[in-house]
Design a protein around this ligand. Structure first.
Ligand code: ZN
Length: 225
């Protein structure tokens, strides 16, 4: 496990604890992948993956798939969606919109992001653009935007290109936050290193995303609150 991803996961746990205090949520954390079983998963409204795929073994992966197909919720950050030829989990790739890791910038850098749909609840009170803190940005091939059941919510601005010094992303579509409309899920590419929660605007986006996944039923309807 990359150290920068663990650092993010620690910060994220603190952020989630602070955010859920007084909101009526109960936050449980685990690093035990055997918790990915039907009995355990069905008791949760939402699974948050901070730095790893939601399931390693075949049994864990199938339990996660059943959980999502039965209306479970998922919020995934950064390396939670990382997959390549060795991952060997076709359902998960479909779930992500066909996205397979293609390339990244290095070192991690801040970037200007564009909010795709200002009317979407996840964009509530967000500016049209903002500068996101230092992150390692993943580009995916194919881009999930090509899928009809994928709604991209935030995109890396082409103004950033070329981004990187050692490893450069020179061009191309780079969705950063998206949802698969067949599920209650949001993927966010942020999640590398110790600066992710340093920006109130981006933190607000995280709060919106958490709230939306919790409040949305399987068909994508938001419950009135
Ligand atoms: Zn990373």
């Amino acid at each position: 496990m990359e150290e920068a991803h663990q650092r993010f996961a620690q910060d994220a746990l603190q952020f989630l604890k602070d955010m859920t205090v007084g909101e009526g949520f109960v936050l449980d954390t685990t690093s035990n992948f055997n918790d990915f079983n039907d009995e355990k998963l069905r008791t949760y409204q939402l699974v948050i993956s901070l730095d790893d795929n939601p399931g390693h073994s075949q049994e864990q992966r199938e339990a996660f798939q059943r959980y999502m197909e039965n209306g479970g919720g998922w919020l995934g950050f950064h390396s939670a969606a990382y997959n390549d030829r060795s991952t060997n989990w076709p359902w998960f790739v479909e779930f992500l919109g066909g996205s397979v890791f293609f390339r990244n910038n290095w070192p991690p850098m801040p970037a200007k992001l564009l909010v795709d749909d200002p009317k979407h609840p996840v964009a509530k009170a967000m500016p049209a653009t903002f500068i996101a803190p230092i992150n390692e940005w993943y580009q995916w091939k194919p881009s999930p935007r090509e899928r009809k059941n994928i709604k991209v919510l935030v995109t890396l601005s082409p103004e950033n290109y070329p981004i990187g010094l050692k490893d450069i992303v020179p061009d191309g579509d780079l969705p950063v936050v998206w949802t698969n409309t067949d599920y209650r899920m949001i993927y966010l590419n942020m999640g590398h290193g110790g600066r992710i929660f340093s920006d109130p605007t981006q933190n607000h986006l995280f709060f919106n995303a958490l709230k939306w996944v919790i409040a949305t039923d399987k068909k994508g309807n938001v419950f009135e609150k």
